[in-house]
Design a protein around this ligand. Structure first.
Ligand SMILES: Nc1ncnc2c1ncn2[C@@H]1O[C@H](COP(=O)(O)OP(=O)(O)OP(=O)(O)O)[C@@H](O)[C@H]1O
Ligand SMILES: [Mg+2]
Length: 290
């Protein structure tokens, strides 16, 4: 899983990692981006999902439609029955509301989807390109948030029985959701390798600490940091200044995280797109093996 703040190079690193993994076995690169950036970077126009990019590499971009389907399959109807007892809302509107308003719902179902995909064993490697960090972390809070809200009126809710389709009490549904969340968090803890992507700039470095402590709070350990967009040449006055400025942030990251593997990815004059450029990134990231 590649995490980090917006625009630092998560998709670029994920794509390079996917390329690398595909050399050794069947690989799936997956994202919940609203904009299809993985397929953009691999330069594929095919709208099929998952789409095959190389003999052993598939790319799947989970959009709102897929997230709704997952929500629908796991909880949608039951939770809707609870809501519709209080609010006059039709199902379509309700699902739209839940999937767009609840933070992290997409990510939550993404973890679930990845866990199930991993269990099926079709792919040897799954590379997960995440949304900017705040969104990814909020997945861990979603059930608790909803649960706390509902627990404010435990008497009403616990007595409320659902319609004919299911007689499962509301709190049981929530409990089921919390259990699913706990299983997903456990999966994240035990089976997922986290790579934090950042850039050597003030705001990014500042946010890094917050991100680490958030992950730590949930027992999720980061294995390595990729510092992207590092300027490696001083051929002009402009670049000299850039290099000087980046130096202090690089130093800070190395001092702050001495126990982690740190990889510097240079800033290229061109954007990273297409297999040739990606292969270059892959070489740098995996030089010493991941
Ligand atoms: N080392 C690099 N040198 C030059 N350009 C880069 C480098 N890394 C990434 N880029 C470019 O920067 C842009 C943003 O990168 P990318 O899409 O990987 O970031 P992201 O973290 O996935 O963004 P988002 O948070 O929006 O998903 C892209 O156009 C990419 O080609
Ligand atoms: Mg991205």
């Amino acid at each position: 899983m590649f995490a980090g703040k917006g625009g630092v190079g998560k998709t670029t690193c994920s794509a390079a990692a996917a390329l690398h993994c595909a050399a050794s076995g069947p690989t799936l690169a997956i994202s919940t981006d609203a904009t299809p950036s993985l397929s953009h970077i691999f330069e594929i126009a095919d709208r099929q999902k998952p789409v095959q990019v190389l003999p052993r590499l598939h790319v799947n971009e989970i959009g709102e439609r897929e997230i709704r389907e997952m929500w629908d399959a796991k909880f949608g109807r039951e939770v809707y029955e609870v809501f519709s007892a209080f609010v006059d809302i039709d199902y379509e509107e309700f699902v739209e509301f839940m999937t767009s308003v609840l933070p992290g719902l997409g990510e939550e179902f993404m973890v679930d989807y990845i866990r199930e995909t991993a269990r099926r064993g079709v792919y040897e490697n799954i590379v997960w390109d995440t949304a900017p960090l705040g969104q990814t972390l909020s997945l861990l809070e979603t059930p608790a948030l909803l649960g706390n809200h509902l627990k404010m009126a435990p008497r009403i809710y616990s007595r409320l029985k659902l319609g004919r389709r299911s007689r499962e009490p509301v709190l049981d549904i929530l409990k089921r959701w919390e259990e699913l969340s706990a299983e997903n968090t456990d999966f994240l803890r035990k089976e997922v390798d986290f790579t934090m992507v950042t850039i050597p700039e003030s705001l990014a470095v500042e946010q890094l600490e917050g991100a680490f402590s958030e992950l730590d709070k949930y027992g999720l350990a980061v294995k390595q940091i990729i510092i992207n967009n590092v300027v490696k040449t001083e051929e002009s006055e402009f670049l000299k200044i850039k290099v000087r400025q980046q130096e202090q942030y690089l130093k800070h990251i190395y001092e702050k995280y001495p126990e982690l593997k740190i990889i510097e990815l240079p800033m290229f004059p061109q954007e990273v797109k297409g297999s040739q450029k990606l292969a270059e990134v892959e070489k740098i990231i995996f030089q010493g093996g991941i």
